[in-house]
Design a protein around this ligand. Structure first.
Ligand code: FMN
Length: 188
């Protein structure tokens, strides 16, 4: 029992950690949906996106998880920002160069990107890629997130982004679909 459960868990982790080989999107463009999500809201938005555009998924995960406690995370993130510390990732996206379009998701932290997103942006070259940012938040909007992405990925073609309140992530499907049509990633 114990060993079969371990096998199952290990199997599950492998599936979770592994990026499927890139499949051409229907349009012929290769699409990656990558996101960081601490409590699952942004990941649920990423699920809607992935269902609609296909392509591959990548979870941006810090080597050491942020605390489960909200206040502790706020304090840790505050210190990281103050030191401009970029927490290491558990895994980098080695195959990023093979994608044409990257849908890049994150929660809003202190009206900007979580520090771990800065790690991702400084460690991955998005030059010449089309980047469509999306985020979830608690009602205060995107803050300066798009400006930071534009600054950290100056040679990417940045599309209009999408944002939603985290508590609405489960039912975000129709709004996500409208956004994807607006930026021409899906057609009628
Ligand atoms: C450290 C921290 C800072 C946050 N700062 C903001 C903020 O400035 N504005 C806001 O609307 N929500 C803020 N939030 C709320 C999150 O953006 C929101 O709950 C989001 O949906 C969480 O996404 P996730 O489940 O993908 O981690 C903050 C949350 C944390 C943990």
């Amino acid at each position: 029992m114990e060993s079969s459960r371990r096998t199952f868990l290990i199997g599950g982790m492998l599936v979770w950690a592994t990026v499927a080989c890139g499949q051409p999107a229907p349009s012929g463009r290769r699409i990656l949906t990558a996101c960081f999500s601490r409590t699952g809201n942004t990941r649920r938005v990423a699920d809607h996106i992935h269902r609609l555009v296909g392509g591959d998924r990548f979870d941006i995960v810090p080597s050491t998880a942020y605390p489960a406690d909200y206040e502790a995370t706020v304090e840790q993130a505050r210190q990281e920002r103050a030191r401009d510390y970029h927490p290491p990732l558990r895994e980098t996206m080695a195959a990023l160069g093979t994608y044409d379009i990257v849908l890049l998701g994150h929660p809003i932290w202190a009206m900007t990107l979580p520090p771990v997103m800065r790690t991702f942006l400084s460690g991955h070259d998005l030059s010449s890629k089309t980047v469509a940012p999306f985020c979830s938040h608690k009602g205060y909007g995107r803050g300066e997130s798009a400006a930071v992405i534009a600054k950290m990925a100056p040679r990417a073609r940045l599309l209009d982004g999408f944002d939603i309140e985290g508590e609405d992530a489960d039912t975000a499907g129709p709004a996500v679909e409208r956004w994807l049509r607006t930026i021409d990633l899906i057609r009628a």
